[in-house]
Design a protein. Structure first.
Length: 228
């Protein structure tokens, strides 16, 4: 396991992401044209996320939402900005294909805890913060075991379990289960959410879909379409 942690996992990431970027180049080009024609430019969604040990990097995805705002200049709710093309991209996880570039660069791994939002870092308990001990992944243990249907505390428990159990056999098992998750569209959105409710800390961690309690809670900021 130590050998795999030290160099085997990164070797697999580089080889697989480079091969997939070459093989999927026509698909990436086609999807870029579709996004440009239906949603507009920029084609890619870019957002700063915490990587290994919390160091920030720029996550890349295909855009799935418009920039629509209300009369006062505020973002409309995610559900109103999510386009039909965006729904299809999300349903089949095609919006995440540009993340293979993040893997090749070393920002991410094929498998690991999903990179969430920078503002979540101070909200983690010390145990939850251990999810940052490995590179974030395109897929992970939580993604094949419920995805956005899980409450936050269960997601983080699975993330830490992955950190403690990291091994080649586990990564292969997660990757194989990811294919089934994508084909069955399991857990794409949280309960009652177009995407995923914001993690507000320990008080919201046990609510279904990670939603904070209604009384006194702060709603997730619109525009965090890719926070899943």
């Amino acid at each position: 396991m130590n050998l795999y942690r030290r160099w085997g996992k990164r070797t697999l990431d580089v080889a697989a992401s480079a091969a997939l970027l070459i093989l999927l180049a026509p698909v990436l080009a086609f999807l870029a044209l579709v996004v440009a024609a239906t949603i507009g430019r920029p084609i890619l969604f870019r957002q700063e996320r915490p990587g290994l040990h919390g160091r920030p990097f720029t996550l890349l995805k295909f855009r799935t939402m418009t920039d629509a705002r209300d009369g006062e200049g505020n973002w409309l709710p995610d559900g109103q900005r999510l386009t039909r093309v965006g729904q299809t991209l999300r349903r089949w996880s095609l919006d995440e294909l540009p993340e293979f570039w993040n893997v090749l660069r070393g920002d991410m791994s094929l498998v690991g805890p999903r990179p969430l939002l920078m503002q979540y870092l101070p909200r983690y308990t010390p145990e939850q913060a251990r999810r940052q001990e490995v590179r974030p992944g395109i897929t992970g243990l939580a993604q094949v075991d419920g995805r956005n249907e899980l409450p936050w505390d269960e997601k983080f428990r699975l993330d830490v379990t992955y950190v403690d159990s990291l091994a080649l056999a586990l990564d292969v098992r997660i990757l194989s289960r990811t294919v089934r998750t994508v084909l069955t569209h399991e857990g794409v959105s949280g309960p009652g959410c177009a995407t995923m409710a914001e993690f507000m800390g320990a008080d919201s961690a046990r609510a279904p879909g990670g939603q904070a309690p209604a009384a006194g809670s702060t709603p997730a900021p619109a525009g965090d379409e890719e926070s899943r």
